[in-house]
Write a protein that binds this ligand. Structure first.
Ligand code: NAD
Length: 400
């Protein structure tokens, strides 16, 4: 049975706004009933704008409000643990934005708090819920790509919009913790969340901004079945927000572009208005995003979270997923320092322990292993074959 849910929204910044726009946007049955912000004035202004009955600058009072059953955390990273603890004490369902925490240890504490309280806990990783990603994941699950070998996920923009992101203590890191967390969960989703991330190698540097955290990074994650994940993140990319994923499998390929080339291109010499998050211009050639909260996955994400609560099942994205992501990020930071492959340390692995290696080519022709078959410009089919005994590689034409 579908129930309507009453939400305490913690935070009235960018994500608090996107979440509230999503919940109140399309005549949905779930509503924000209480809102917390750092100042009473901001909380009240947000409440008036979104028709929310209770506004406060007291986080605990917002969480305990008797009219709400679910707490949504849209606060800076260093406040997630406190907000989850207060929600658990209040016995309410809790949905926490990404990253779950600043470190794997903090994420594990958050996971333990929620699990020992027995409350529903969902990880708000919107980018695995974009309509394109959901359809792509369904294709992969159907076997359309064969075995997934390599997933590349890229998120880059010119840098975050608030002071606390740039502060290592409050954020826990730079572009990796902020953007890499999305990429890592996208990669896990395509490779299979039951496949263990084993080790990582990562380059990170502070190239542009006067900060201590990294503003650019690239990481490789090796999974137990041999598949590889590649993330690319930047806080200094110019030209908007570049959100792209590529999935390569033994039978197929998927390319996803979520933001800059979505099929909507506009030129104006006048005023383009609000174009999309992190767009750097509102004149000239523009790449507007139609319905941002839908295209970024927020609509399907909240639908899954509330449906999961009503159906007594786990959501697609759980606090455990958030913890695994933080564990991968910890290994990335270590690898960036040591310049070595570093193991991903997961205290409590719940996935497969005997992952089947990705399947290589198995076809044989006349007792030889097929390496490659190619249709040549002259119409003939060329075969590259390997002799199993000698290892010698030869070529011939199929009809020869
Ligand atoms: N795609 C996504 O899922 C996505 C996008 C943006 C941000 N986020 C996450 O949401 C969280 C909040 O990010 P945001 O972009 O809304 O930030 P923001 O700076 O726009 O808003 C922060 C909110 O937290 C409140 N706050 C309470 N205590 C604070 C403190 N000590 N310092 C700063 N703010 C304080 C502020 O009043 C404000 O309402 C972060 O964890 C971030 O990673 C997720």
């Amino acid at each position: 049975m579908q129930r309507s849910h009453n939400v305490t929204m913690l935070g009235t910044g960018l994500i608090g706004l996107f979440y509230t726009m999503t919940l109140h946007g399309q005549r949905g049955r779930d509503r924000v009933r209480a809102v917390y912000s750092r100042t009473a004035e901001r909380a009240q202004a947000f409440a008036s704008e979104w028709d929310i009955a209770f506004a406060t600058s007291d986080m605990a009072a917002a969480i305990r409000h008797p009219d709400t059953d679910t707490v949504v955390i849209g606060l800076p990273n260093h406040l997630h643990e406190k907000a989850v603890r207060l929600s658990a004490e209040a016995g309410k369902a809790v949905l926490c934005t990404k990253p779950l925490a600043r470190t794997g240890a903090e994420a594990k504490r958050i996971l333990d708090i929620a699990e020992s309280a027995g409350i529903f806990a969902g990880y708000l990783e919107d980018l695995v819920y974009t309509p394109k990603t959901l359809k792509a994941l369904a294709s992969v699950a159907r076997g359309a790509l064969g075995d997934v070998l390599w997933v590349r996920s890229r998120e880059t923009h010119s840098g975050p919009h608030s002071d606390w992101f740039w502060d290592l203590d409050q954020a826990g890191g730079g572009a990796i913790i902020d953007l890499g967390c999305h990429c890592i969960e996208i990669i896990r989703s395509f490779i299979g969340k039951g496949i263990r991330p084993v080790e990582v190698t990562c380059w990170a540097d502070t190239l542009v901004h006067p900060i201590t955290a990294e503003d650019n990074a690239i990481g490789l994650i090796r999974f137990a079945n041999g598949a590889i994940g590649q993330f690319e993140v930047s806080w200094s990319f110019r030209g908007g927000m570049d959100l792209r994923d590529e999935v390569a499998g033994t039978k197929g390929t998927i390319w996803l572009n979520h933001f800059l080339r979505t099929g909507f291109e506009m030129f104006t010499s006048g005023d383009g208005g609000y174009v999309a998050e992190k767009a750097e211009q509102d004149t000239g050639w523009l790449f507007p995003v139609g319905d941002e909260v839908s295209e970024l996955g927020y609509v399907d994400m909240f639908t899954d979270m509330f449906n999961a609560m009503d159906q007594g099942r786990a959501p697609r994205e759980s606090f455990y997923d958030g913890y695994v992501v933080n564990a991968v990020i910890d290994a990335c930071y270590k690898s960036a320092r040591t310049k070595q492959w570093e193991p991903v340390l997961i205290e409590d692995w719940r996935g497969q322990t005997d992952a089947r290696p990705v399947t290589g080519m198995k076809e044989e022709i006349d007792g030889m292993q097929l390496v490659k078959r190619e249709h040549m410009p002259d119409g003939r089919i060329k075969l590259i074959l390997r002799d199993k005994g000698s290892g010698k590689v030869v070529q011939r034409f199929e009809d020869a």
